[in-house]
Design a protein around this ligand. Structure first.
Ligand code: BLA
Length: 512
């Protein structure tokens, strides 16, 4: 069903997704008063699932459904219940012809929550210890973040058999990129695609820090309201932050519909209390993944989060080492040449190869040498004029020159961002490193269909559309410079200044 509500980015952020007053229909929900243990709210689908109208269940206890042994067992579980869920298998002994149920219990918003998921078989022995052992071993052994991410998506796909499992990683601006994926062979890869921050609104991100896994087995579902919708004590729908069956935002359902996804599962990846990324899973047809397997996936997500700092550090150390090695070689070249400018560009590694950039320029005493992809020499001269007037530090950097100077628009393809290190007090003496626009470095790997901006005057929510939106947001922007890169530029500048001072002193000494 298409929405008829106009979508703006602010109303996205304002939707109270924790209070939908409804659930997904693959299970049913009972909310109990913690003091009396009587049912105060029930999902309206109890009628369809167990043949008991929700209204009829209200004010009574669980003894309407379960025999004394199960009641005693649940009673014990309810004692110390918190927001951390407990799991119990049960047959509804007092209701004829019922399948086995998994009951997921938690306590939140001053209610006891019992969510019932029907299952075909009673055997719950899905925990495969040797799989888990091997998975943990792989994740520990992974060096680079990339390899680590690949293991995680491979494992979640092996556990669930879902068509598409990807890691969606957030940048500082909360936009995201698909950095790893495991997909059914016949599906188009999404690796390298970017999406804007607005695809996942703020309140959803905040909720995903508290709740590790969300599951939508059939995105085409009709939400089932609670009876009554408002809690009799709080006079609002109960807070479903930790509820498994929570009915998700209709905006998000439309998004899933438009991308052709029938089932999704999403696992939070958390780093230093922030949402670092998510393992996002898609299936083209409706698909129920058992609660135990979902727990196993949560375990992978938590293990990933626990090991992530060491993997990030590994990549950082690696890059730092590479920079130092390249720098040392560059300094050797510089010493080996009578003129340091020759040393900077005549042999590899050149000044351009020390850290990641598209091109570099050495501007010294009215000469200019460029390496790699750079603006034209006249454009660089104009840039030098701008630097003279505006750069107040010896090492100046930006990842969006166009935001500082509209003339920068012409340089977007090669120099949306740059680092400029002044070499002397002479105004035009600079080392420059350039980076292209992010969009230039990213390609859309999916189908080539034309993006549709509006259908019936509606914003069309889909990843393809979002990718277009993301491209607009990052126009004229380069990947941000890392502190290690700026430090490397500073080191090179100092090294050359020292060297020139030494040469100058030697010349002076010889002249005396
Ligand atoms: C939620 N949007 C989400 C989630 C993802 C995305 C992963 C989390 C869903 C979950 O954890 O269950 C976005 N999914 C993506 C992206 C890809 C993907 C980018 O697979 C890339 C391949 N979404 C919009 C706009 C709005 C919006 C404009 O694009 C604003 C109305 C809303 N997205 C929206 C909401 C949620 C969401 C409200 C929360 C859904 C919920 O948990 O209730």
């Amino acid at each position: 069903a298409m929405l008829r509500v106009p979508i703006t980015l602010t109303n996205c952020d304002r939707e109270p997704i924790h209070l939908p007053g409804a659930i997904q229909p693959y299970g049913f929900l009972l909310c109990l008063d913690p003091a009396t243990r009587r049912i105060v709210q029930a999902s309206a689908n109890t009628e369809t699932l167990i043949g008991r109208a929700a209204e009829g269940l209200l004010h009574g206890g669980l003894d309407q459904l379960l025999g004394p042994d199960k009641l005693a067992e649940i009673g014990t579980l309810l004692e110390g219940l918190t927001q951390a869920p407990k799991l119990l298998g049960a047959r509804l002994e007092l209701v004829a012809g019922q399948p086995f149920y998994k009951i997921i219990l938690h306590r939140y918003d001053d209610l006891l929550w019992l969510e019932f998921e029907p299952v075909a078989e009673t055997d719950a022995a899905t925990l495969d210890l040797s799989f888990l052992n091997a998975a943990l071993g792989q994740m520990l052994a992974a060096g680079k973040v990339q390899e680590f991410c690949q293991h995680a998506v491979d494992q979640v796909r092996a556990i669930t058999g879902l068509d598409r499992v990807a890691i969606y990683q957030f940048a500082a601006d909360e936009s995201g990129e698909i950095v790893a994926e495991a997909i059914r062979e016949d599906l188009a890869p999404w690796l390298g695609l970017h999406y804007p921050a607005s695809d996942i609104p703020q309140q959803a991100r905040a909720m995903y820090l508290k709740n590790w896994l969300r599951f939508i087995p059939d995105a085409g579902y009709e939400p089932v309201p609670l009876v009554p919708v408002n809690n009799p004590v709080t006079h609002r729908p109960p807070d479903m932050t930790h509820a498994v069956l929570r009915s998700v935002s209709p905006f998000h359902l439309e998004y899933l519909h438009n991308m052709g996804t029938a089932a999704t599962m999403t696992i939070s990846l958390i780093h230093r209390g922030r949402l670092w990324g998510m393992i996002t899973c898609h299936h083209l047809t409706p698909r129920l993944v058992s609660y135990e397997l979902r727990e196993l996936c949560q375990f992978i997500g938590k293990t990933f989060s626990a090991l992530l700092p060491s993997k990030l550090q590994h990549d950082e150390d690696d890059y730092q080492l590479r920079i130092h090695t390249q720098q040392a070689k560059l300094f050797e070249h510089v010493s080996a040449h009578a003129n340091f400018v020759d040393g900077l560009h005549q042999e590899a590694p050149t000044v351009k190869d020390v850290f990641e950039c598209g091109g570099a320029a050495i501007c010294f005493d009215d000469d200019m040498v460029t390496v790699g992809a750079t603006p034209t020499q006249p454009q660089i001269r104009e840039l030098l004029d701008w630097l003279q007037a505006n750069a107040k530090t010896d090492v100046f950097h930006t990842n969006s020159y166009a935001a500082l100077n509209p003339d920068g628009l012409a340089l977007r393809a090669t120099a949306s961002g740059f680092i400029a290190a002044s070499l002397t007090d002479a105004p035009d003496n600079y080392l420059l490193w350039f980076r292209p626009e992010v969009v230039e470095t990213v390609t859309w790997a999916g189908q080539q269909e034309k993006p549709q901006v509006l259908i019936d005057g509606q914003v069309f929510l889909s990843p393809r559309q979002s990718f277009e939106a993301w491209k607009e947001l990052v126009e004229n922007t380069a990947a941000p410079w890392k502190p290690v890169e700026i430090a490397a530029a500073r080191d090179i500048r100092l090294h050359i200044s020292d060297l020139r001072l030494k040469v100058f002193n030697e010349l002076q000494a010889r002249a005396q």
